[in-house]
Design a protein around this ligand. Structure first.
Ligand code: PMP
Length: 425
């Protein structure tokens, strides 16, 4: 580790920007799923979902460079590239989701989604899960439950719990109905307080929440209740979108649900700042007729060229299919691993977004954050980067770029197996 870089970082960015690992990694280059550190060490990236089609993908780099050398300008002019991208993106959604507004980050997308929802419903109330993160604006800081914020929960925000059948082993219907009753209470409170219900925001795979195994019908029941109270459903696909969860292209398609607003970010530009709100004609017309929405950098020709190339690469390289296939294979292999130690919980997640809980006891009632942290470090020592999530930080978070190859799976699995063997011995 370079102490010089650390000193410079503290002297400029400050001490509070989070850094991963006991000994931070100093990276200098990357390709595919491989990261190269300054000491020459190579790490398999099993954490980053932003370089979706692979770090420094030559086609993305070429598309970016070519458009940057041709034209880059804001969207108050006509340009084919922007429309080619808008059409290609919208084509990936259900027919009712036929409009897109570009932003530069997931935070901006969620902020805009709630602006649209607030104006449509005339309400302010927001429902979020009790351990989630959707962005860093003032509004979203007041709706953050899964990261430290000074703001705390805003008075017009209510948090509800997402049930997990892996930890609550009662009948799934009982677990679901109890969780939905709590949603009813939260909605009743918002209505009674006069805030009303502008909408709910959920991430389909509930990643910050630790990828709970949600009972069938919970998400649909939640959406129905919010809509009955006049609110809209915002599907945050910033992490789960673009084939990440394998079985479906968008995470929300795992459920019988089409959100009113879908927010996109992280992988959309493979590292280039590109994000969006996808919605329907009526909501866009209503919002557009009242507001001049302008966003200097969002969806410019360079961003659009990058986004378009990312979508094409996903198709050309069969990455969505790979996410499902390799995800299933990893799940099977990890399933064997966790079955061998009662302190390891069932494999969670879907596609190339997975993990498992770590517990102090064989009954799996006491989550073990300290051991999970040691596992993350031990996996890193074996040349693989991953992390941990969930309210207690005791679920391994494994989320390699979709560019991971079949031949690279053993590297990932051997590192996890070796670390488990060492740390839980
Ligand atoms: N939504 C989710 C689910 C996220 O994980 C994040 C970022 N971690 C955001 C929104 C915010 O995105 P950004 O950092 O691009 O503003």
């Amino acid at each position: 580790m370079s102490t010089d870089l650390l000193t410079r970082r503290y002297a400029t960015i400050g001490r509070h920007s989070p850094l991963f690992y006991d000994e931070p990694v100093h990276l200098v280059s990357a390709s595919g799923v491989w990261l190269t550190a300054a000491d020459g060490r190579r790490y398999l990236d099993a954490y980053n979902n932003v370089p979706h089609v692979g770090h420094t993908h030559p086609r993305v780099v070429a598309a970016m460079a070519e458009q940057a050398a041709t034209l880059n300008v804001h969207t108050r002019y006509l340009n084919e590239k922007v429309l080619d991208y808008a059409e290609a993106l919208i084509a990936r959604f259900e027919p009712e989701l036929d409009r897109v507004l570009f932003t530069n980050s997931g935070s901006e997308a969620n902020e805009l989604a709630f602006r649209i929802a607030g104006q449509h419903t005339g309400a302010r109330g927001i429902l979020v899960t009790d351990f989630s993160y959707h962005g860093n604006t003032s509004l979203l800081a007041g709706a953050t439950t899964g990261l430290q914020t000074h703001e705390g929960l805003a008075e017009h925000v209510r948090a509800f719990h997402v049930p997990d059948l892996d930890s609550d082993r009662r009948e799934p219907d009982v677990v679901r109905d109890e969780a939905l009753a709590a949603v009813d209470t939260a909605i009743a409170e918002l209505l009674q307080s006069g805030h009303g219900v502008a909408g709910v925001i959920i991430e389909s795979i509930f990643s910050t929440e630790g990828m709970p195994r949600v009972p069938a019908g919970f998400v649909e029941g939640l959406a129905a209740r919010v809509r009955a109270a006049g609110g809209l459903v915002v599907g945050d696909e910033v992490q789960a979108g673009l084939g990440r969860t394998g079985r479906t292209f968008w995470g929300y398609q795992r459920y019988d649900l089409v959100p009113d607003l879908v927010t996109l970010g992280k992988p959309l530009g493979n590292g280039h700042p590109l994000a969006a709100v996808v919605t329907g004609h009526d909501l866009l017309e209503e919002f557009g007729s009242r507001n001049e929405y302008f966003n200097t950098f969002a969806g410019n020709p360079v961003s659009s060229a990058v986004g378009l190339e990312v979508l094409r690469i996903i198709d050309d390289e069969g990455l969505w299919e790979r996410s499902r296939r390799l995800g299933d294979e990893i799940r099977e292999r990890l399933g064997e691993l966790v079955a061998a130690d009662p302190r390891l919980g069932p494999v969670k997640g879907d596609g190339l977004f997975f993990g498992f809980g770590v517990f102090e006891d064989a009954e799996q009632t006491r989550p073990d954050a300290a051991t999970t942290k040691r596992l993350v470090e031990a996996v890193k020592a074996r040349g693989v980067l991953l992390s941990r999530i969930g309210p207690t930080g005791s679920v391994l978070k494994i989320r390699p770029p979709l560019a991971i190859q079949d031949a690279e799976l053993p590297v990932l699995l051997d590192a996890i197996r070796g670390a488990v063997g060492e740390v839980l011995a």
